[in-house]
Ligand binder design. Structure first.
Ligand code: 5AD
Ligand code: SF4
Length: 447
């Protein structure tokens, strides 16, 4: 019956954790509207892509998908583009892919139920693109979380930083924080449902500003909110991402020191080790100021693992600038890095910068960066040998007969369990590290 296929949807997500979590909320919203999620494009009446435009490669993926499945329109299937590419390209998507009937940026998800009604009524061009100045967050009671143990909570949406290379302020709109009492209510509800790990999300969680909630509740700083979530009964781990060094305060380090449920891991994107490049990137801090924050973490009573993001080949990045990024790796000794070749993005100031670095040179710098970091991680991970860490059991690698665990420091620790012991997924068990690689640890469960 046609009625049956019309109320099914397939959703594929690209991009960051914010997008993954947005998709959980979109899925919940669609289910509340009577839609059923299916796992293949063929079964679905409505096909949605939640897209990313952080780099050109990510953006192209959605256009490939749309081209691949264009022929399915003849079967009456409808297509929607959500997220960052939707917001960036707007109605141009209808020209490039005329089989698309919904284009909606993340700041407009609150209006999805009305948009779905319009699509069902046969409207060929439904848009949600005009909400980037909104003060509201996408709060919904219908979040469809996929993992039963670990879940995300958004605390701040959008970004006002306008780094010279970045599309996010253009795609996700202006910065707006969620009231701390609402965040805490969601954390308590998750704890009641059996979640033990919460990850607080935002493009820049450190610029969290508690909006006036109920007048009896004092506004919380980000560090206070972190602590309050970490103190929710039955919550065993709280993480947060992403931090901007400019707003990263010492109070966050103090919170990690004193609250054991706050994970001892901080992702602090540096982007470059050269103050000259940082200035051109409009990052609002110098190498020295960044290193000061690293020093706070290194001096903490708990050992905090530190990870970062780095862009190589930003316009005008000289060999000497790049060398400074390499020397920063030596100085900080990160536990992990995400390295990227600079990708020019629409609307951003850097698009007009001169002295573009050729792609081959960007690739070379990226390879040098990653090789250096690999060596640092191989060496650094050795310090875990013989240590006992508590891991959350995340899965099993049947082929290797190993369980997959994750430490508070966010390291993957694959381990063997003693004969006859079957660790429960989502439980926390002690594991002694017996081997190490650049990107993971190996261990034996202790009983
Ligand atoms: N080109 C390459 N990398 C980028 N990032 C953001 N914008 C760009 C761009 N235009 C990287 C940054 C950021 C991470 C999420 O993606 O390192 O921290
Ligand atoms: Fe991609 Fe940035 Fe949008 Fe996340 S916020 S989906 S990383 S463009």
């Amino acid at each position: 019956m046609p009625g049956e296929t019309q109320k099914t949807f397939y959703l594929e997500t690209f991009g960051c954790q914010m997008n993954v979590h947005d998709s959980e909320k979109v899925i919940g919203t669609l289910m509340a509207q009577g839609y059923r999620q299916v796992s293949t494009v063929e079964e679905a009446g409505l096909i949605l892509y939640n897209t990313c435009s952080i780099r050109d490669k990510a953006e192209q993926k959605v256009f490939h998908r749309l081209a691949d499945y264009k022929k399915l329109q003849a079967q009456g299937k409808k297509f929607g583009v959500l997220g960052c590419v939707a917001q960036q390209e707007g109605e141009k998507i209808f020209e490039r892919a005329p089989h698309v009937s919904l284009v909606c940026g993340s700041a407009s998800y609150r209006n999805l139920p009305q948009m779905l009604i319009q699509i069902e009524a046969g409207n060929q061009r439904v848009t949600g693109l005009d909400d980037r100045e909104t003060d509201e967050c996408f709060e919904t009671e219908f979040t469809a979380r996929t993992n039963p143990h670990r879940g995300y909570i958004t605390i701040i949406e959008g970004c006002d930083k306008f780094c010279a290379y970045c599309v996010v302020p253009f795609t996700r709109g202006k910065e707006r924080s969620r009231a701390s009492d609402s965040v805490l209510a969601e954390a308590r509800q998750m704890a009641e449902r059996g979640y033990t790990e919460i990850q607080l999300l935002g493009q820049n969680v450190n610029s969290y500003k508690d909006p006036a909630g109920s007048s009896s509740i004092r506004k919380k700083t980000f560090a206070e909110l972190l602590t309050a979530v970490a103190e929710v009964a039955r919550i065993k781990r709280v993480r947060f991402t992403t931090s901007h060094p400019r707003d990263f305060g010492r109070d966050i380090v103090a919170a990690i020191e004193s609250v054991s449920t706050l994970c001892n891991h901080v992702h602090l994107p540096v982007q470059s080790g050269s103050t000259r490049v940082l200035d051109a990137m409009q990052r609002l801090y110098t190498r020295e100021q960044y290193l000061e924050r690293i020093a706070w973490m290194k001096a903490a009573k708990r050992e905090i693992s530190i990870t970062t993001d780095i862009i190589v080949g930003f316009p005008g990045e000289s060999e000497a600038d790049f060398e400074q990024t390499l020397s920063l790796l030596d100085e900080v000794e990160y536990d992990g890095i995400f390295g990227f070749k600079y990708s020019p993005r629409p609307n951003t100031p850097a698009l007009k910068f001169e002295d573009a670095i050729p792609d081959g040179e960007k690739a070379r710098r990226l390879a040098v960066l990653q090789e250096k970091q690999r060596e640092i991680q191989r060496r650094r991970n050795e310090r875990h040998l013989g240590q006992i860490a508590e891991v959350m059991v995340e899965g099993k690698n049947e082929a290797r007969g190993q369980w997959i665990g994750r430490t508070s420091q966010n390291k993957v620790l694959n381990f063997k369990a003693p004969e006859g012991v079957t660790p429960v997924l989502g439980s926390y068990v002690p594991v002694v590290t017996t081997g190490c690689f650049p990107n993971s640890l190996l261990g034996q469960m202790v009983i």
